[in-house]
Design a binder for this molecule. Structure first.
Ligand code: ADP
Ligand code: F6P
Length: 333
């Protein structure tokens, strides 16, 4: 028989992402409306280890839906990934004990696939867990969407648009580095929508071939273009060096701008609030159905759930088509 869930815990883990608060609110309110107690765990898995666990009420999750950041705070919890497997196992066992001490029998983990691995391990200690994809990176194989991506990519796009003005005024080349860790999606979207000359992503290391980039810049200048935008994913990096190399090889004044954490702040877009609300609520539905070791995903325009082990084993499919389209539209001869 499915375990009856009386108290759920909610935590946010890994890098913060716009929309995490909307997911917290949705999960908390869904549980409360079904008569379930709700606890907020501060600073991700670290809050379990440090016993920083608070009662949440309908009021305490009020007025957060449009706020960036996360009211539960977030952290990367090094104890869970201690290189000594015995120490890591002990930390996970202790975290599960702390959860049980607070009566938490179901846990919503809002974070990326790293956080889902922590959740997966907690589930082996008798805590029912459901993961919600929360990361700006759009790097989770099982889901076509991760909460925060749309907000982050629109910030990156706005930066590209602003840089087009200033680099055009000075006849310069702008190299813009965006976040994404090992994933090029933010770069692909910001580059495509920003009309970039070239987009460099870690999934396609050949996109960072200097000769090819110089060829595109020169071709575009030859047809009268007054500025160039090269969008670089952080998984490629070296933007400052690239700007110097472009300047040296072409004589075109070049500047690098690394956008950094600005991409993670501010009001979430409607897309993020909508997905966060649907996914946060669905996570609680699953827990109350007695499900365990599951994750929520958005796949083919539907909200679905997968077993965590199955989800983590999937291979991500980057949007290579977007890159191909950009190659066709960003240069003409
Ligand atoms: P994200 O959740 O955004 O992918 P991280 O990869 O930094 O971010 O993971 C966040 C946290 O999840 C880590 O600091 C750690 O506490 C936990 N975690 C990551 N990988 C594992 C793992 N293999 N086993 C247990 N916990 C993990
Ligand atoms: O996962 C989100 C993310 O912003 C990545 O894009 C980036 O690589 C990383 O987190 C930065 O981490 P930190 O906030 O610890 O510098």
């Amino acid at each position: 028989m499915a375990k009856e869930i009386k108290t759920i815990g909610i935590l946010t883990s890994g890098g913060d992402a716009q929309g995490m608060n909307a997911a917290i609110r949705a999960a908390a309110r869904t549980a409360m409306n079904r008569g379930v107690n709700v606890k907020g765990i501060m600073q991700g898995f670290s809050g379990l280890l440090k016993n920083e666990i608070v009662d949440l009420s309908a009021v305490s999750v009020g007025n957060i839906i449009h706020h960036g950041g996360t009211v539960l705070y977030t952290a990367r919890c090094p104890e869970f990934i201690d290189p000594d497997p015995d120490k890591a196992a002990a930390a996970i066992a202790k975290a599960a004990e702390m959860a049980k001490l607070h009566g938490i029998d179901g846990l919503v983990v809002i974070g990326g696939d790293g956080s889902w691995k922590g959740a997966q391990k907690l589930s082996k200690h008798g805590i029912n867990v459901v993961g919600v994809p929360g990361t700006i990176d759009l790097d989770i194989a099982c889901s076509d969407y991760t909460i925060g991506f749309d907000s982050a990519v629109n910030i990156a796009l706005e930066a590209v648009i602003r840089l087009r003005d200033t680099s055009g005024s000075h006849y310069r080349c702008s190299v813009v580095e965006v976040m994404g860790r090992h994933c090029g999606e933010i770069a692909l979207w910001a580059g495509l929508c920003g009309g970039a000359d070239a987009i460099l992503i870690p999934e396609e290391p050949e996109t960072s071939n200097l000769e090819n980039i110089l060829q595109v810049i020169k071709a575009n200048r030859a047809r009268g273009k007054k500025h160039n935008i090269i969008v670089v994913s952080e998984g490629i990096g070296h933007s400052q060096e690239l700007a110097k190399e472009i300047e040296k090889a072409t004589g075109i004044e070049s500047r690098a701008t690394i956008l950094g954490h600005v991409q993670r702040g501010g009001i979430p877009t409607a897309v993020d609030i909508k997905h966060a609300t649907m996914m946060g609520s669905l996570a609680v539905d699953l827990l109350l159905e007695g499900k365990n070791n599951r994750v929520i995903a958005y796949r083919d325009a539907k909200y679905v759930d997968y077993d965590i082990d199955e989800a983590l084993a999937m291979k991500r499919r980057p949007s290579f088509d977007i890159e191909k389209v950009n190659r066709l539209v960003s240069t003409y001869h």
